[in-house]
Design a protein around this ligand. Sequence first.
Ligand SMILES: [Zn+2]
Length: 306
Amino acid sequence: MTRLVGATAVPACCCKGLAGVARKGVLRAAVPFHRLVCYRYAMDRNQRCRAIVLRTYPIGEIHKGVVLLTDTSGVIHAVAHGAASARGKLRSVAELFVEGEVALYHNPVKRSIKLQDLDGPAMHYGVRENLVKYYVASLWVELVAVSCGGGGEHDGEAYELLSNALAVLDGVEEARALELSVYVLWRYLGVLGLAPVLDLCGECGRALAREQRAYWPLGGGELRCEACRETAVGGAHSTYTFTPPTRAYLMRLEESVRCAQDVLRVRLQPEQSRRLHALLAAGVEQALETRLKTLESGASILYGRG
Ligand SMILES: [Zn+2]
């Protein structure tokens, strides 16, 4: 597959989600805004790759639209013909969170992509049959969809993270789902280039001691120390607070966690999980200038138990 990185179709994004990012300019360098160009001009007619279903929606009575995160081409939209009909062969696999090897056909004239097959599906029943895990995974796929998987050069990274995390979430006990989600949000902030450095004040450059509180400006950027908190845009009230335990936890994730499975070896108390998760989720929303629907509709499910 060829790719037109830095193509001129700047405002054209397949999923609308990048509009906010474009306005803000945070990811201008990291996201080449080439998705539509990918569809129309640069995609091979037949392609096989790994993919995860991020979203499905009805098209007429018997077809479905699917939004896929692929390991080689980022987020793409495809049509699964017959997937909503009783006898359609894609019926069972054109479903949220399903992962497998997909066969895609790109029609350059119709400017559409057809999902022809999804082989060796990992169905993730453990995620779909548990309400908390379902909402956790819904948050992840929504986040990936609205941010286009982080853009061109991050295709593989986002895919690996989501694939790995869904597999672990599938088998994990419900009580630890939010810890796993803290890890995913933190890593995904890294994929987007938005994760702050944890041990330095981004303003004065002084090291932040482990027992120190740190402040994260609303809308992202680097952490501030107490003294520099006032200088953040909007003043001290416009920052999120990283308490020493939450920052220490994130530092442990950075230092010793290489994959989602490792997260289960590092304990985070339920209350701290909830706080840190809410903080990172708010940071992601601010940075992307978008509201994540899963957080709006599922906050009581995500944060209400444990
Ligand atoms: Zn400072």
